[in-house]
Design a protein around this ligand. Structure first.
Ligand SMILES: [Zn+2]
Length: 298
Protein backbone atom coordinates (compact mmCIF):
# COMPACT_ATOMS: atom_id res chain seq x y z
CA UNK A 1 0.00 0.00 0.00
CA UNK A 2 1.31 3.38 -1.03
CA UNK A 3 2.28 5.67 1.78
CA UNK A 4 2.29 3.03 4.52
CA UNK A 5 5.14 3.48 7.01
CA UNK A 6 6.68 0.13 5.85
CA UNK A 7 6.58 1.02 2.12
CA UNK A 8 7.88 4.45 2.97
CA UNK A 9 10.79 3.01 4.92
CA UNK A 10 11.65 0.55 2.12
CA UNK A 11 11.63 3.38 -0.39
CA UNK A 12 13.75 5.45 1.98
CA UNK A 13 16.14 2.52 2.47
CA UNK A 14 16.47 2.03 -1.31
CA UNK A 15 17.09 5.74 -1.78
CA UNK A 16 19.58 5.77 1.05
CA UNK A 17 21.41 2.77 -0.46
CA UNK A 18 21.65 4.64 -3.74
CA UNK A 19 23.12 7.61 -1.91
CA UNK A 20 25.51 5.29 -0.05
CA UNK A 21 26.56 3.69 -3.33
CA UNK A 22 27.14 7.19 -4.66
CA UNK A 23 29.20 8.07 -1.62
CA UNK A 24 31.14 4.81 -2.03
CA UNK A 25 31.93 5.67 -5.66
CA UNK A 26 32.94 9.16 -4.54
CA UNK A 27 35.15 7.62 -1.82
CA UNK A 28 36.81 5.40 -4.45
CA UNK A 29 37.40 8.42 -6.66
CA UNK A 30 38.85 10.36 -3.73
CA UNK A 31 41.05 7.41 -2.75
CA UNK A 32 42.30 7.11 -6.32
CA UNK A 33 42.97 10.86 -6.24
CA UNK A 34 44.87 10.45 -2.99
CA UNK A 35 46.95 7.65 -4.52
CA UNK A 36 48.00 9.97 -7.31
CA UNK A 37 48.71 12.76 -4.80
CA UNK A 38 50.88 10.21 -2.98
CA UNK A 39 53.02 10.11 -6.06
CA UNK A 40 52.47 6.67 -7.55
CA UNK A 41 52.94 6.48 -11.32
CA UNK A 42 49.79 5.85 -13.35
CA UNK A 43 49.15 2.13 -13.55
CA UNK A 44 48.53 0.66 -17.01
CA UNK A 45 48.93 -3.11 -17.06
CA UNK A 46 50.06 -3.47 -20.69
CA UNK A 47 53.45 -4.23 -22.28
CA UNK A 48 55.44 -1.00 -21.85
CA UNK A 49 53.24 0.00 -18.88
CA UNK A 50 53.26 -0.35 -15.11
CA UNK A 51 51.26 -2.48 -12.70
CA UNK A 52 50.93 -1.58 -9.02
CA UNK A 53 50.34 -4.54 -6.68
CA UNK A 54 49.28 -3.96 -3.04
CA UNK A 55 51.14 -6.39 -0.77
CA UNK A 56 49.42 -7.97 2.23
CA UNK A 57 52.29 -7.30 4.59
CA UNK A 58 52.64 -3.97 6.36
CA UNK A 59 55.67 -5.04 8.39
CA UNK A 60 59.16 -3.62 8.38
CA UNK A 61 61.60 -4.20 6.87
CA UNK A 62 60.60 -3.52 3.27
CA UNK A 63 59.77 -6.81 1.50
CA UNK A 64 61.80 -7.76 -1.57
CA UNK A 65 59.82 -8.31 -4.77
CA UNK A 66 60.95 -10.03 -7.97
CA UNK A 67 59.49 -10.16 -11.47
CA UNK A 68 61.20 -12.25 -14.16
CA UNK A 69 64.24 -12.58 -11.85
CA UNK A 70 64.58 -8.80 -11.60
CA UNK A 71 64.28 -6.97 -8.29
CA UNK A 72 61.16 -4.77 -8.31
CA UNK A 73 60.48 -1.42 -6.65
CA UNK A 74 58.47 -1.51 -3.40
CA UNK A 75 57.08 1.68 -1.82
CA UNK A 76 55.00 2.37 1.29
CA UNK A 77 51.58 3.83 0.56
CA UNK A 78 48.74 4.26 3.08
CA UNK A 79 50.42 2.04 5.67
CA UNK A 80 50.96 -0.85 3.21
CA UNK A 81 53.69 -1.87 0.84
CA UNK A 82 53.04 -1.78 -2.89
CA UNK A 83 55.13 -3.29 -5.65
CA UNK A 84 55.55 -0.99 -8.67
CA UNK A 85 56.33 -3.29 -11.59
CA UNK A 86 57.68 -2.18 -14.98
CA UNK A 87 56.32 -4.33 -17.84
CA UNK A 88 58.65 -4.72 -20.85
CA UNK A 89 57.35 -4.03 -24.36
CA UNK A 90 58.24 -7.64 -25.27
CA UNK A 91 56.01 -9.11 -22.51
CA UNK A 92 53.33 -11.59 -23.63
CA UNK A 93 49.87 -10.47 -22.50
CA UNK A 94 48.18 -12.77 -19.96
CA UNK A 95 48.80 -13.87 -16.38
CA UNK A 96 52.15 -13.14 -14.78
CA UNK A 97 53.53 -13.49 -11.31
CA UNK A 98 55.42 -11.48 -8.76
CA UNK A 99 57.37 -13.20 -6.00
CA UNK A 100 57.60 -11.37 -2.68
CA UNK A 101 59.90 -12.27 0.21
CA UNK A 102 59.14 -10.52 3.53
CA UNK A 103 61.49 -9.69 6.41
CA UNK A 104 61.03 -13.18 7.95
CA UNK A 105 61.88 -14.83 4.61
CA UNK A 106 58.29 -15.92 3.95
CA UNK A 107 57.66 -16.15 0.24
CA UNK A 108 54.32 -15.30 -1.36
CA UNK A 109 53.28 -15.27 -5.02
CA UNK A 110 51.00 -12.59 -6.44
CA UNK A 111 49.37 -13.05 -9.84
CA UNK A 112 48.49 -10.15 -12.12
CA UNK A 113 47.11 -9.78 -15.64
CA UNK A 114 48.72 -7.91 -18.51
CA UNK A 115 46.39 -6.76 -21.29
CA UNK A 116 47.42 -6.59 -24.93
CA UNK A 117 48.14 -3.15 -26.42
CA UNK A 118 48.44 -2.33 -30.09
CA UNK A 119 51.12 0.27 -30.74
CA UNK A 120 51.10 2.28 -33.96
CA UNK A 121 53.63 1.83 -36.76
CA UNK A 122 56.09 4.62 -37.64
CA UNK A 123 58.17 4.86 -40.83
CA UNK A 124 61.30 7.03 -40.76
CA UNK A 125 63.74 7.83 -43.54
CA UNK A 126 67.42 8.40 -42.87
CA UNK A 127 69.74 9.81 -45.53
CA UNK A 128 72.80 8.48 -43.69
CA UNK A 129 72.46 4.80 -44.70
CA UNK A 130 75.18 3.83 -42.21
CA UNK A 131 72.72 4.58 -39.38
CA UNK A 132 70.39 1.92 -40.86
CA UNK A 133 72.99 -0.60 -42.02
CA UNK A 134 76.07 -0.06 -39.84
CA UNK A 135 79.52 -1.22 -41.00
CA UNK A 136 81.35 -4.11 -39.27
CA UNK A 137 83.36 -1.57 -37.28
CA UNK A 138 80.16 0.27 -36.30
CA UNK A 139 78.65 -3.05 -35.16
CA UNK A 140 81.59 -3.61 -32.80
CA UNK A 141 81.03 -0.15 -31.34
CA UNK A 142 77.27 -0.80 -31.08
CA UNK A 143 78.01 -3.97 -29.06
CA UNK A 144 80.26 -1.99 -26.68
CA UNK A 145 77.53 0.69 -26.37
CA UNK A 146 74.93 -1.96 -25.54
CA UNK A 147 77.06 -3.36 -22.70
CA UNK A 148 77.35 0.11 -21.11
CA UNK A 149 73.67 0.98 -21.69
CA UNK A 150 72.34 -2.35 -20.37
CA UNK A 151 74.59 -2.16 -17.30
CA UNK A 152 73.18 1.31 -16.53
CA UNK A 153 69.57 0.08 -16.85
CA UNK A 154 70.31 -2.92 -14.58
CA UNK A 155 71.51 -0.66 -11.73
CA UNK A 156 69.85 -1.22 -8.37
CA UNK A 157 70.25 1.33 -5.57
CA UNK A 158 68.37 1.01 -2.28
CA UNK A 159 66.03 3.95 -1.58
CA UNK A 160 63.15 4.41 0.89
CA UNK A 161 61.12 6.73 -1.30
CA UNK A 162 62.22 7.05 -4.93
CA UNK A 163 60.60 9.97 -6.82
CA UNK A 164 57.59 8.69 -8.77
CA UNK A 165 56.25 11.88 -10.32
CA UNK A 166 58.40 13.57 -12.95
CA UNK A 167 58.43 16.93 -14.69
CA UNK A 168 59.10 17.27 -18.42
CA UNK A 169 62.90 17.26 -18.97
CA UNK A 170 62.64 19.86 -21.79
CA UNK A 171 60.22 22.41 -23.21
CA UNK A 172 59.09 21.24 -26.62
CA UNK A 173 56.64 19.26 -28.72
CA UNK A 174 55.99 15.54 -28.25
CA UNK A 175 57.10 14.41 -31.72
CA UNK A 176 57.07 10.60 -31.20
CA UNK A 177 55.20 8.60 -28.60
CA UNK A 178 56.31 5.50 -26.74
CA UNK A 179 56.14 1.97 -28.16
CA UNK A 180 55.88 2.84 -31.87
CA UNK A 181 56.79 -0.09 -34.12
CA UNK A 182 59.61 1.41 -36.13
CA UNK A 183 60.80 1.03 -39.66
CA UNK A 184 63.95 2.87 -40.78
CA UNK A 185 64.10 3.13 -44.60
CA UNK A 186 61.46 0.36 -44.65
CA UNK A 187 63.52 -1.99 -42.49
CA UNK A 188 61.99 -3.15 -39.18
CA UNK A 189 63.93 -2.06 -36.09
CA UNK A 190 63.35 -2.20 -32.32
CA UNK A 191 60.19 -0.42 -31.05
CA UNK A 192 60.49 3.13 -29.74
CA UNK A 193 61.52 2.69 -26.11
CA UNK A 194 60.91 6.26 -24.99
CA UNK A 195 59.33 9.54 -26.08
CA UNK A 196 60.78 12.23 -28.32
CA UNK A 197 60.57 15.92 -27.47
CA UNK A 198 61.40 18.12 -30.47
CA UNK A 199 62.96 21.52 -29.73
CA UNK A 200 65.68 23.76 -31.20
CA UNK A 201 69.34 22.81 -30.74
CA UNK A 202 70.66 24.23 -27.47
CA UNK A 203 67.33 24.02 -25.57
CA UNK A 204 68.18 23.12 -21.95
CA UNK A 205 67.50 19.56 -20.78
CA UNK A 206 66.85 19.34 -17.04
CA UNK A 207 66.56 16.49 -14.53
CA UNK A 208 62.81 15.77 -14.23
CA UNK A 209 63.30 14.30 -10.73
CA UNK A 210 66.19 14.05 -8.25
CA UNK A 211 68.81 11.33 -8.68
CA UNK A 212 72.46 10.48 -9.33
CA UNK A 213 74.19 10.61 -12.72
CA UNK A 214 75.43 7.02 -13.13
CA UNK A 215 76.71 7.20 -16.70
CA UNK A 216 77.37 9.60 -19.56
CA UNK A 217 78.67 8.68 -22.99
CA UNK A 218 78.57 9.13 -26.76
CA UNK A 219 76.85 6.17 -28.43
CA UNK A 220 76.40 5.21 -32.08
CA UNK A 221 72.59 5.31 -32.13
CA UNK A 222 71.86 7.34 -28.98
CA UNK A 223 74.47 10.09 -29.42
CA UNK A 224 75.57 12.08 -26.37
CA UNK A 225 73.68 10.60 -23.43
CA UNK A 226 73.06 10.92 -19.69
CA UNK A 227 71.69 8.25 -17.33
CA UNK A 228 70.14 9.21 -13.97
CA UNK A 229 69.53 6.66 -11.20
CA UNK A 230 66.46 7.62 -9.12
CA UNK A 231 66.68 4.57 -6.83
CA UNK A 232 65.15 1.07 -6.66
CA UNK A 233 65.72 0.24 -10.32
CA UNK A 234 64.20 3.47 -11.68
CA UNK A 235 66.64 4.83 -14.28
CA UNK A 236 66.08 7.63 -16.80
CA UNK A 237 68.07 8.20 -20.00
CA UNK A 238 68.51 11.34 -22.18
CA UNK A 239 69.86 10.98 -25.75
CA UNK A 240 70.98 12.91 -28.85
CA UNK A 241 72.32 15.79 -26.71
CA UNK A 242 74.47 18.50 -28.24
CA UNK A 243 76.22 18.94 -24.93
CA UNK A 244 76.30 17.04 -21.62
CA UNK A 245 76.75 19.39 -18.64
CA UNK A 246 76.98 16.82 -15.82
CA UNK A 247 79.51 14.13 -14.95
CA UNK A 248 79.22 10.64 -13.55
CA UNK A 249 78.61 10.56 -9.78
CA UNK A 250 76.90 13.98 -9.62
CA UNK A 251 73.72 14.32 -7.56
CA UNK A 252 71.09 16.27 -9.49
CA UNK A 253 67.99 18.03 -8.23
CA UNK A 254 64.70 18.35 -10.08
CA UNK A 255 65.07 21.14 -12.63
CA UNK A 256 68.89 21.09 -12.69
CA UNK A 257 70.41 21.36 -16.16
CA UNK A 258 72.03 18.14 -17.41
CA UNK A 259 72.62 19.03 -21.06
CA UNK A 260 71.30 20.65 -24.23
CA UNK A 261 69.11 19.32 -27.02
CA UNK A 262 71.06 18.31 -30.11
CA UNK A 263 70.97 15.86 -33.00
CA UNK A 264 73.79 13.43 -32.22
CA UNK A 265 73.31 9.74 -33.07
CA UNK A 266 70.45 8.31 -35.15
CA UNK A 267 68.08 11.26 -35.63
CA UNK A 268 66.04 12.93 -38.34
CA UNK A 269 66.10 16.33 -36.58
CA UNK A 270 66.95 17.99 -33.24
CA UNK A 271 65.10 16.36 -30.34
CA UNK A 272 65.50 14.78 -26.94
CA UNK A 273 64.83 11.06 -26.68
CA UNK A 274 63.76 10.29 -23.10
CA UNK A 275 63.57 6.75 -21.74
CA UNK A 276 62.39 5.57 -18.33
CA UNK A 277 63.39 2.09 -17.20
CA UNK A 278 61.88 0.30 -14.20
CA UNK A 279 63.18 -3.15 -13.14
CA UNK A 280 65.17 -3.14 -16.39
CA UNK A 281 61.96 -2.69 -18.44
CA UNK A 282 61.52 0.34 -20.64
CA UNK A 283 58.11 1.89 -19.84
CA UNK A 284 56.10 4.87 -21.10
CA UNK A 285 57.55 8.03 -19.49
CA UNK A 286 54.12 9.72 -19.67
CA UNK A 287 52.96 7.39 -16.84
CA UNK A 288 55.35 9.29 -14.53
CA UNK A 289 54.42 12.84 -15.54
CA UNK A 290 52.68 15.05 -13.02
CA UNK A 291 49.17 16.22 -13.96
CA UNK A 292 50.52 19.75 -14.55
CA UNK A 293 53.26 18.47 -16.88
CA UNK A 294 50.77 16.36 -18.85
CA UNK A 295 48.48 19.39 -19.20
CA UNK A 296 51.40 21.43 -20.61
CA UNK A 297 52.21 18.85 -23.31
CA UNK A 298 51.87 20.11 -26.86
ZN1 LIG B 1 63.21 8.53 -29.59
Amino acid sequence: MQGSPAAHSIAWWKKSMKINAGIFVLWLALTAGTASAQNLPRADSVPGGITVIPLVTAQEPMPRAYFADQRVMVVRQGGFWRAVVGLPLSLTPGRHRLTVVDGTNNERTYYFTVRAKKYAVQHLTLRNKRLVDPTAEDLRRIERDKTAIWAAFATWTESDSPPLRFHMPAQGRLSSGFGLKRFFNNQPRRPHSGIDIAAPIGTPVTAPAPGTVIETGDYFFNGNSVFIDHGQGLISMYNHLKKVTVTRGMQVNRGQKIGEIGMTGRVTGPHLHWTISLNDSRVDPLLFLSDESLAQMK
